[in-house]
Design a protein around this ligand. Structure first.
Ligand SMILES: NC(=O)c1ccc[n+]([C@@H]2O[C@H](COP(=O)([O-])OP(=O)(O)OC[C@H]3O[C@@H](n4cnc5c(N)ncnc54)[C@H](OP(=O)(O)O)[C@@H]3O)[C@@H](O)[C@H]2O)c1
Length: 348
């Protein structure tokens, strides 16, 4: 049987994505073959395509951090799972394909009847948001938080889960995203036309308890200025390594990320050494999953339960067929997208 997958042929723009047709992979011992129903498209995918994400594999590779699919075939030694069962996984790369083979222990069961595009939004974006809120920041009801990129994939997840946690929310976004941020319970701050540090101190004097910062670089230090004493910045991305249109700043390959990571480390150290008890702490879904795989499983099961009970409703910005992955990257890279972009179903 043949199947379709998308590969990144070289580090670069959306034209680096190519659709290939080849023999369907066979599951090895302990593996399960999954027919992908929905694969998330996220900024980390774009950063891997550009070669600037810490998890970038060597080219050629198939991108795709997260997926929801149907169990299709079991490898030898696999038990306790059946063909036709819906599952979710965070393979980090490889999800832009009709079929993928994954170790059984990477799969989390998805309750039947859930929409695959909504369920896949939980795997990367909502787990990131949930773990930052409850494991990194340990927010309490009534606390004030600033969410950067509030109209984006992770940002809208932070807004929904922050509302459930009873925190007061402020969110930076462009003017296009402001209505969504307000609707989801946040107070929008237009990052293109307003200085968020001035705006936060104008709105609440002392500053916020927590800032969630996916921008990275010198932006982390600005975020620290928006904190009240004793507050913390949770830094979780290096958006600043991309220009507009979701492109890296010119230097090709996988080197640039080390400079950004060094700045991050400097700010973490500065947070501890400088007065004001304002900390900068990093969050990484893949690092936490490697260190504590049970947290990932527990948190995804909790989020799937919230989805089933309609306590959360992921915002789907747009769905594309797998073969149109390039258009999906162009859309996300251009910006102004509210919610999650998803690749659905086979190659058609
Ligand atoms: N550490 C982890 O474990 C982890 C996990 C998942 C994601 N991430 C990171 O999370 C970030 C967001 O990913 P995503 O998939 O949610 O991306 P996304 O859907 O593209 O959202 C990003 C949002 O950021 C906004 N934005 C861009 N520049 C901004 C600025 N200077 N200030 C405030 N907002 C700005 C964009 O608004 P406009 O388009 O309107 O300009 C967009 O709404 C990425 O950096 C990614 O690497 C990290």
């Amino acid at each position: 049987m043949r199947h379709t997958r998308v590969i990144v042929t070289h580090y670069g723009g959306p034209d680096a994505l190519q659709v290939v047709e080849e023999e369907c992979p066979e599951p090895k011992i302990g593996e399960v073959r999954v027919r992908v129903l929905a694969a998330g498209v996220s900024l980390p995918d774009i950063m891997a395509r550009e070669g600037v994400h810490p998890e970038t594999p060597p080219v050629p590779f198939t991108p795709g951090w997260d997926l929801v699919g149907m169990v299709d075939r079991l490898g030898d030694g696999v038990s306790g799972i059946e063909a036709g069962q819906m599952v979710a996984a965070l393979p980090i790369h490889g999800a832009y394909a009709e079929f993928v083979c994954l170790p059984q222990n990477e799969l989390v069961p998805v309750p039947s009847g859930l929409n695959a595009a909504e369920a896949v939004s939980l795997v990367l974006n909502y787990i990131t948001a949930y773990q930052m809120l409850h494991r990194s920041a340990k927010v309490r009801p009534g606390q004030r938080v600033l969410i950067h990129g509030a109209a984006g994939g992770v940002g809208t997840a932070l807004l929904q889960l922050g509302r459930l946690a009873g925190v007061e929310m402020y969110g930076t976004c462009s003017s296009l995203g402001a209505p969504v941020v307000s609707e989801m319970g946040g107070i929008p701050i237009d990052y293109r036309n307003q200085d968020f540090v001035i705006e936060i101190h104008r709105l609440m004097g002392e500053g916020v308890d927590v800032v969630f910062d996916p921008i990275g670089g010198t932006h982390l230090w600005q975020s620290r200025k928006a904190l009240r004493p004793g507050g913390r910045v949770v830094g979780y991305g290096l958006r600043s390594s991309l220009r507009g249109e979701g492109l890296a700043s010119g230097r090709p390959g996988r080197r640039q990320r080390f400079g950004e990571t060094a700045i991050f480390a400097l700010y973490i150290a500065g947070g501890w050494l400088l007065p004001g008890r304002k900390r900068v702490v990093p969050y990484s879904i893949q690092t936490l999953k490697r260190l504590k795989p049970e947290f990932f499983r527990q948190d995804l099961i909790a989020l799937l339960d919230l989805l089933q009970r309609k306590k959360v409703k992921p915002l789907i910005a747009k769905t594309f067929p797998l073969a149109e992955a390039r258009r999906a990257h162009e859309l996300l890279g251009k910006g102004g997208v509210t919610g999650k972009v998803v690749l659905v179903g086979g190659a058609s």
